[in-house]
Design a protein around this ligand. Structure first.
Ligand SMILES: Cc1ncc(C[n+]2csc(CCOP(=O)(O)OP(=O)(O)O)c2C)c(N)n1
Ligand SMILES: [Mg+2]
Length: 321
């Protein structure tokens, strides 16, 4: 394949997408068994975005995430077993079980945190970008948010400020066509959210968010610009969530044909077919990768289910730092 990427890198990207998908399928089962406190927002169908973006980042780069953040965490290098423990509300989770599915942070890999407040991660990413600029390092921040979040005031304020100060931020809009049950086309009249970049004087690019290599390439250029001090980029990734907004949403507002069309564009299956066709991977290797992932995830489930819940006495710890 003409990608300029090593085979190891490409296989790693496939593996990461499959890991996120399998991880969440297991989370869904645990939810059905009543083992997950609160709700969950599954990322299934959007894996190429997190992986295409994060495969360009170093460990010391940062990301900010959303309510749909399991995939972002794992793509940035968080350990699945500690993500799983957090989702199950256990003491061994990244936030000692006090954050749960929507509030996972792992500073050790630059994951600055998920937030349930739509659009709240955008100014946080801008602030992290400012800290990088003031410290004079060549780190970057990737900021994930949805199409719905792009209609929040924070989008305008933070992107404009990042543009003016030429901050090293890659704004990644995951356009999955819906904000809860609201179809994007009835609340936004332009075809590409990326076109809004013009208003801030920065590059804006819309890519096929179900093509991990396309996301990777768009991000590679944006990261290069950011590291050189040339400022932010807005990347819109066109994608689709396979399931409803959250676990209680059967997503009846979506036409059947639309769902079927996007299922055919499944990013993992598409990438697998490409890899097989170009002889980058053989079917037996794919089976091996699957086996390894399933083993790893079962270990994560065991770790999480066997871990204790946090002690009530610790409820007020870590509230202020
Ligand atoms: C400030 C704020 N308003 C409303 C909500 C309720 N809410 C949670 S998720 C969501 C939709 C977000 O849509 P989008 O940004 O497209 O992300 P997606 O769920 O599609 O990934 C809404 C309205 C919220 N959590 N925060
Ligand atoms: Mg959306």
């Amino acid at each position: 394949m003409e990608t300029g990427l090593t085979r190891e890198k490409i296989v790693g990207m496939y593996r990461k997408m499959l890991e996120i998908r399998s991880f969440e399928e297991r989370v869904f089962e645990l939810y059905a068994q009543n083992l997950v406190p609160g709700t969950i927002h599954l990322y299934g169908g959007e894996e190429a975005v997190a992986v295409g973006v994060c495969s360009n980042l170093r460990k010391d780069d940062y990301i900010t995430s959303t309510h749909r953040g399991h995939g972002h965490c794992i793509a940035k290098g968080a350990e699945p077993k500690r993500v799983m423990a957090e989702i199950l509300g256990k003491q061994t989770g990244y936030c000692k079980g006090k954050g749960g599915s929507m509030h996972i942070a792992d500073f050790s890999v630059g994951m600055l945190g998920a937030t349930a407040v739509v659009g709240a991660g955008i100014p946080i990413a801008m602030g992290a970008g400012l800290s990088i600029k003031l410290r004079g390092t060549d780190q970057v921040v990737a900021c994930f948010f949805g199409d719905g979040a792009s209609n929040q005031g924070t989008f305008h304020e933070a992107i404009n400020m990042a543009a003016v100060w030429k901050l090293p931020v890659i704004f990644v809009c995951e356009n999955n066509l819906y904000a809860m049950g609201t179809r994007q086309s009835i609340v936004v009249l332009i075809g590409n959210i990326a076109d809004r970049a013009v208003a801030y004087g920065i590059p804006g690019i819309a890519v096929d968010g179900n093509d991990v290599l396309a996301v990777h390439e768009a991000t590679r250029e944006a990261v290069e610009r950011a590291r050189k001090g040339e400022g932010p980029t807005l990347i819109e990734c066109k994608t689709y969530r396979h399931k409803g907004h959250s676990r209680i949403d059967p997503a009846k507002y979506r036409p059947k044909e639309e769902v079927e069309e996007w299922l055919r564009k499944d990013p993992i299956r598409r990438f697998k077919e490409k890899l097989l066709q170009k002889n980058v991977l053989m079917e037996a290797e794919i089976q091996q990768v699957k086996k390894e992932i399933l083993t790893e995830i079962e270990e994560a489930v065991k770790f999480a289910t066997e871990s204790p819940y946090p002690a009530p006495e610790g409820a007020l710890e870590d509230v202020y730092t």
